[in-house]
Design a protein around this ligand. Structure first.
Ligand SMILES: [Cu+2]
Length: 133
């Protein structure tokens, strides 16, 4: 029974720390792999400079692509989606890259996708939530 109590205690700590990181942050730390963003949800303040640290733990090239507000990728990411990109960064297998961008002024939910062919269809999708600062 003591052991069960300890596990419940650990679970409680995990929930607390997860809540603590849910607020807006000017730093995005994301791990890319086949075919996931970890984490897959990000919250940033509008209009501020954001730093993205992306690590590709996969075996193929991955991208972190933010679509413009109200734009969503269709069946798969293709040339028709290029004009709807707000910002993007690419990481080769095993590579860690850092980039910065200015967060949009408009609060809302922005779609995040991987632009490598087939990865969007495989479920490599996330959500960037922009909140008023
Ligand atoms: Cu990918």
């Amino acid at each position: 029974m003591k052991r069960v109590g300890f596990i419940v205690f650990l679970a409680g700590l995990f929930v607390l720390s997860a809540c603590g990181s849910a607020g807006p942050s000017t730093t995005i730390n994301v791990t890319l792999a086949e075919f996931t963003f970890t984490p897959s949800g990000f919250t940033i303040p509008a209009g501020q400079q954001i730093t993205v640290n992306a690590t590709n733990n996969g075996a193929v090239v991955h991208e972190f692509v933010i679509m413009k507000l109200g734009e969503a990728v269709g069946d798969d990411f293709g040339d028709e989606d290029e004009p709807n990109i707000y910002w993007e960064i690419e990481a080769q297998p095993g590579e860690s890259v850092t980039g910065t961008f200015m967060a949009p002024a408009d609060p809302g939910e922005y779609q995040v996708v991987c632009g490598t062919k087939g990865h969007y269809m495989a479920g490599m999708v996330g959500t960037l939530t922009v909140v008023a600062p």
